[in-house]
Write a protein that binds this ligand. Structure first.
Ligand code: GCB
Ligand code: CA
Length: 894
């Protein structure tokens, strides 16, 4: 729906209670989101209900995969489901055309009205519009059944085939009825039927051209007029044009050149000024409006240059932003519009001016917001990882590309149409090289076809393919050469290599293809918002590693004018059902969590990108540590502050620490934290004005002299075999990395940290899903061959919890679709049986975590005990078979 129609629509929902409806002149749009019956069973449209149908009332947007993508059972429902709804229709509509308009349903949809098939659609991410009027019963009070089947099964002819995101099924976007006169703007590709171009735009003049298509009935002999008016923001008309249409074909094309708009108010990222273009079909004789559509108009011009990057309105502008997936915690992909709007506000608030709408076209609200907020956009169809060499696959790709372009044509924010992502990541026929060459040639052929479809549909935007970092392979296949722009998805220092490899790659592209504009279409590192580290390293999932990673990338991007654009992967954490790692089913590369809470990396981007004064203290505010020395009452730990200023003042608990110079958007202090609440205040001064941020850090301070620690709230949570902290916000607990035992304190004796055999990505812990817990990181690290665990605590009553999970398994795990290094891991399950005693009392005999709980499954053993005679606590592990293990330990004073 166009911007204005949508506004109108919302307005009427508020004021018309009986039915939510919008009336533009000549056309009604009625919301159809409420009260659908949903069933996973079988159904014959128009028939009586079968017992197997088991209907459930739902409202749209809806997905049936809301819950099964987050559970411990691999896979999620991919199949056919039914939606049905009874509507009563207005008898006036008999002389009109009635359409049902879907903003999106994943991925094959068929619509039945009163048992008749009205139409179908293939593809989960573009809009579609199906005419249903001919099947409706207009008798007063008659109930009309609309039944919709939606199928999200794998289909080799429909992209995406595989990808690192979840293919949630459902009618997951809004649905409307559109009622218009028999003569109307063409709705066949669910577009507005009106296409705006701006053949010339300069600071002094703008020329606007309209091309459109109307559908009419050959028996209608009306003389028609097309009337277009351009309104400025204050609804003042700045140009208009009327033309007469003749002929009585069923489809009529028209074109209008509007009079020059002089001194146009340009659209830019800082000043996203929008005009509105209203186009009407008018009965020339009576002057009645037969149909009317509104479209946004932004007057701007742009270009990409291989050497100098991107230009908007003649000025260089580095495009900086992110990609965005469309799901949200607990909602699957079925989001009300307000969520889409908020995401774009968060992107703008980060200082971004660019959005890669990936890997598929998204809700209409997204580009509408880009227009309004001044965010330039690239949009693409979901051809990801691989293709199918079939005529049907090719046809579906082309059709999606055409739908995407026609539906989003008038958004001034859109500058790029893309059509492939990393298609050489999982090349088929790896064991048959000659056949693989044919496959590659077919990929290049498909790329060529999609590229020319795009250029034909829209000669005024750029075409693009996004590749993964295998430069030579894409060059050989020809995918760097075919599109107008090349996007690279680069993960040096994440999936492989070091972060230094990023800049080298950019320079290599520029050397070999100096004329081919380059965009970094992806880069990012996973950051689990619960994980922190003072010794950050690749794949530990800590925010600290991610911050350092992004600093290197941002500096390399900033230093290279030929890098036209860069989009972080990803604005948000998103669901990818097959993923495991610290937060199973979630790709944690988001700058925001899956429920849109900012991580430190988001603050870092604000520091790099915002033009107005910005200051933010790291939000690691539940911490733990041991006092610096025996007599000390503080624990010194670093704290980071993000800003776009040069110096920051920091005050901790009322004491000002020496000012720090900012480097790469960040300054770090070594802060002496006291037990309990610590108030941290950071301050910058800009042009005589101060800007401050405050963070209250709760510190669980443990005495180095634990033996004499009389704290009645003593509470120690330790991760064994880990160099990271785990923050459990819900329980307000922090788990700290382990340490070797020192007299008078606590720690492990003997053994070594668990690491996955043959996995070069991660130096400690496992990356596998641990069953039976949502706190996977507590169980993913482990001390192997442990002999003792000791706490030199004072006498008293304690609760002790030992946490176990067997991390070895015989399952050979295939490289997951997303993992850019193609490693297949061969593993072997360890057999282990051991005894555990606590202060010489046997608590676990012949214990095997695998036999007791299952492998890769969390288990806890809890005991309460009284410590007397200054003995402290000594937990002893006696291996009977294999080595003893311990994953985590908790001690709490009672
Ligand atoms: C990529 C893919 C994207 C993944 C991302 C990742 O290269 O294009 O779909 O989600 O890497 O996080 O691995
Ligand atoms: Ca919507």
């Amino acid at each position: 729906m166009s911007a204005n129609l949508h506004k109108l629509f919302c307005f009427f929902i508020l004021f018309i209670t009986a039915a939510s409806a919008a009336f533009s002149q000549g056309r009604n749009v009625i919301g159809l989101n409420g009260y659908w019956q949903f069933s996973k069973g079988t159904y014959t449209p128009g028939s009586a209900d079968t017992a197997s149908a088991k209907w459930q009332t739902v409202s749209l947007p809806h997905s049936w995969n809301k819950d099964d993508v987050d559970d411990d059972t691999p896979g999620y429902y991919r199949g056919l489901c039914w939606y049905k709804k009874a509507i009563t229709v207005n008898s006036d509509w008999q002389n009109k055309k009635v359409f049902i308009f879907f903003e999106g349903a994943n991925q094959q949809t068929a619509v039945y009205v009163n048992g008749h098939k009205a139409g179908e659609h293939t593809g989960g991410y573009t809009r579609f519009c199906i005419e249903i009027g001919q099947f409706l019963d207009f008798k007063p009070g008659a109930k009309n059944e609309i039944a919709v089947s939606v199928d999200n099964s794998f289909n080799e002819n429909i992209p995406p085939l595989t990808a690192d995101f979840t293919f949630f099924g459902g009618i997951y976007r809004d649905v409307n009825l559109v009622i218009c006169n028999k003569t109307h703007f063409d709705l066949s590709h669910a577009s507005t039927g009106v296409y705006i171009t701006t053949p010339t735009v300069s600071a002094t003049n703008a020329l606007v051209k309209i091309n459109g298509q109307i559908t009419t009935k050959s028996d209608i002999k009306q003389k028609l007029q097309i009337v277009t008016t351009i309104l400025d923001l204050s609804s003042k008309m700045v140009a208009d044009k009327k033309i007469f249409l003749s002929g009585n074909n069923t489809e009529l094309n028209f074109a209008q050149d509007l009079p020059i708009i002089s001194n146009p108010h340009l659209w830019s990222t800082d000043d996203p000024y929008l005009y509105t273009v209203i186009t009407k079909i008018v009965d020339a004789k009576s002057g009645d409006v037969i149909d009317e559509v509104a479209n946004p108009l932004g007057l701007r011009w742009f270009k990409f240059d291989g050497e100098k990057g991107f230009f908007l309105n003649g000025k260089p502008l580095k495009l900086m932003g992110a990609s965005r997936h469309q799901d949200f915690k607990g909602l699957a992909n079925a989001l009300p519009d307000s969520y889409h709007i908020h995401d774009m506000e968060l992107l703008k608030a980060m200082g971004a001016n660019f959005l890669r709408v990936s890997h598929y076209p998204q809700d209409p609200m997204i580009l509408e917001m880009c227009d309004k907020l001044g965010i330039l956009a690239s949009v693409e169809i979901p051809v990801v990882n691989a293709i199918t060499e079939s005529a049907a696959f090719t046809a579906n790709c082309k059709n999606m590309q055409v739908e995407m372009i026609r539906q989003n044509y008038n958004h001034p924010s859109v500058v790029i149409w893309a059509y492939m992502n990393e298609v050489l990541l999982r090349p088929k026929f790896n064991n048959d090289k000659p056949r693989q060459q044919i496959y590659f040639a077919n990929i290049a052929k498909l790329a060529g076809q999609l590229d020319s479809v795009t250029r034909k549909e829209d000669p005024n935007r750029y075409t693009m393919i996004a590749n993964h970092g295998d430069f030579n392979r894409y060059k050989q296949v020809g995918l760097i050469q075919i599109p107008m722009l090349v996007g690279w998805n680069l993960y040096q220092g994440w999936y492989g290599g070091t972060t230094a490899g990023f800049a080298e790659f950019l320079d290599k592209h520029h050397k070999e293809f100096p004329d081919k504009p380059l965009l970094v279409t992806e880069f990012g590192a996973d950051a689990d918002p619960r994980i922190r580290s003072l010794q950050p390293e690749r794949f530990d999932k800590s925010l600290e590693y991610a911050v350092g990673f992004h600093q290197v990338y941002l500096n390399a991007i900033k230093a290279r004018p030929f890098v036209a654009a860069a989009a972080v992967w990803n604005l948000v954490d998103f669901n990818s059902e097959t993923r495991e790692e610290t937060m199973p089913h979630i790709n944690n590369k988001g700058l925001l969590t899956q429920d849109r809470k900012p991580k430190d990396v988001y603050s870092l981007y604000q520091a790099y990108l915002l033009n107005k004064p910005f200051i933010k203290i790291s939000n690691w505010n539940i911490r733990a540590g041991i006092t610096d020395s025996l007599n000390s009452s503080v624990c010194t730990q670093p704290i980071s502050v993000f800003t776009n200023e040069h110096t920051i003042q920091l005050t901790v608990n009322g004491t000002r620490l020496p000012d720090q110079q900012v480097k790469d958007g960040e300054a770090t202090w070594q802060v002496p934290f006291i037990k309990g609440l610590n108030r941290v205040e950071a301050l910058i001064t800009v042009d005589g004005k101060t800007y401050a941020d405050i963070q209250d850090v709760n510190f669980n301070l443990l005495s180095r002299d634990l033996k004499n620690d009389r704290d009645s709230l003593l509470n120690i949570n330790v991760l064994l075999g880990a160099k990271r902290f785990y923050v459990d916000e819900a329980q307000h607990q922090v788990w700290m990395p382990d340490q070797p035992y020192r007299t008078g304190n606590f720690g492990y004796v003997g053994g070594h940290p668990f690491s996955m055999p043959g996995n070069g990505q991660q130096s400690y812990g496992t990356n596998k899903n641990i069953l039976n817990t949502d706190n996977d990181p507590i169980y993913q690290t482990q001390q192997v061959g442990i002999q003792q665990y000791r706490f030199d605590v004072p006498d008293g009553e304690y609760e002790l919890v030992l946490h176990f999970a067997e991390l070895t398994t015989n399952k050979t795990k295939e490289a997951l679709a997303y993992n850019l290094t193609n490693n297949i891991q061969k593993e072997k399950a360890e057999e282990r049986v051991f005894n555990v005693t606590v202060n010489n009392q046997s608590i676990l005999k012949n214990f095997s975590p695998a036999n007791t709980y299952g492998t890769l499954t969390a288990g806890q053993e809890k005991i309460q005990m009284i410590v007397t005679g200054g003995k402290g606590i000594m937990i002893a592990f006696e291996p009977l078979k294999g080595e003893a293990i311990l994953n985590a330990i908790q001690l709490r004073k009672m």
